[in-house]
Design a protein around this ligand. Structure first.
Ligand code: NDP
Ligand code: 13P
Length: 336
């Protein structure tokens, strides 16, 4: 039995914690909201984020960070990008007091605003090296709503430390949830962030009334952009064609369970970004990531016309129809 603390009781943190607890591991789910911990422990529900789900009674929630991480082997951070540093600082304080070293994993899909750092880079800055034995990412096509009802799911666990990745692989895998490992932390994190931008675009196409041809074109041409930026930044090309790359691009770009996709649909139906954000009540990582990647693309001198179009819609009030017309009017070219 492995001891694991999951930080963040939103939809994905709860689903991952529930999976590990169902697998028989000692799981403490940390939330900054004491009332939510009481609800999870007493009623085995998380009505705000997974309203249909009944959680395993084996899952223990707490709002006490020290109790959550005491004697655990793994800490898995699953808070939104904007909360990563704040939560990691709290974690570092507690680990310092406990003189405790952990495998530090995360399942967040984004890039930091302003610095454009990957999540593991932020974690490495906040949690001193002697308090973490490895950095690991859980990525791949995995909507919490599907995982919690035991729909078949495969994810990828990326780390330079194969043993650490394998431990998390064992903790999470079961008959309906299959985890693979890979060695590409950078690529697994980067592609996870990039696909959220595409999901906004894909949802927007459906909101506007376009069909599967349009979505297939968008996803495939976005893959070209993801490849170009990924290679420029040092990702392994193979990762793009694995679960953390194309796998996540497909699920987020096609499934209404994706918040990014639903946000795009709302934009396509004529709502404003403020309206779709308010309606969602959950994190839409792709909005901030679009800005980060738009800036990044210029730094790395990578041509990303789809990302640029979505940036112009989100940040420069360009009408969606105009953005699509401009993309379709680009000079004709060869695919290869
Ligand atoms: N949902 C999914 O299916 C998947 C999500 N992910 C990724 O996981 C990450 C988390 O997403 P998800 O769980 O869906 O997000 P949700 O919006 O469902 O939940 C976010 C959670 O983080 C908490 N939180 C927010 N700010 C802080 C803070 N400063 N300190 C502590 N806790 C905080 C929220 O608490 P409160 O309720 O109090 O605001 C809430 O519990 C994202 O990067 C997402 O891309 C990855 C794969 C699948
Ligand atoms: O990353 C996800 C599924 O793999 C979740 O995507 P959303 O954040 O768009 O819901």
């Amino acid at each position: 039995m492995t001891k694991i603390a999951v930080l963040g009781a939103g939809s994905w943190g709860t689903a991952l914690a529930n999976t590990a607890a169902e697998n028989g591991h000692d799981v403490r789910l940390w939330t900054h909201n004491p009332d939510q911990a009481v609800e999870i422990n007493a009623q085995h529900t998380n009505r705000k984020y997974l309203p249909e789900a009944i959680l395993t009674p084996a899952l223990v929630a707490t709002s006490d960070m020290a109790a959550a991480v005491s004697a655990v082997d793994i800490v898995l951070s699953v808070v939104p990008t904007k909360a990563v540093r704040e939560v990691a600082q709290q974690l570092a304080d507690v680990l310092t007091a406990q003189q405790h070293t952990v495998i530090l994993a995360h399942a967040t899909k984004g890039l930091e605003q302003g610095t454009y750092k990957r999540i593991s880079e932020m974690l490495a800055e906040e949690v001193p090296a002697h308090l973490r034995s490895a950095l690991v990412v859980v990525s791949g096509p995995s909507h919490a709503e599907d995982v919690i009802r035991h729909d078949l799911t495969a994810v990828s666990i990326g780390s330079a430390d194969e043993q650490a990745a394998q431990l998390l692989q064992t903790v999470l895998s079961n008959q309906t949830f299959r985890a693979y490992t890979n060695h590409d932390l950078l690529g697994s994190e980067l592609f996870a962030a990039l696909k959220n931008i595409v999901a906004i675009g894909s949802g927007a196409l459906i909101g506007l009334g376009y069909g599967a041809n349009a979505q297939a074109a968008l996803l495939t041409r976005s893959l070209v952009e993801m490849r170009a930026l990924g290679l420029a930044m040092g990702a392994k090309e193979a990762t793009l064609y694995e679960l953390a790359g194309i796998g996540d691009l497909i699920v987020t770009g096609m499934s209404p369970n994706s918040r990014n996709y639903r946000a795009g649909m709302g934009l396509g139906q004529g709502k404003t970004l403020d309206q779709v954000t308010a309606d969602m009540g959950m994190v839409i990582e792709g909005v901030n990531t679009t800005k980060a990647v738009y800036d990044f693309a210029q730094t790395y001198q990578v041509d990303m016309p789809i990302t640029t179009a979505i940036y112009q819609v989100l940040y420069e009030s360009k009408p969606l129809a105009q953005a699509i017309a401009d993309l379709m009017a680009r000079p004709l070219k060869s695919e290869d």
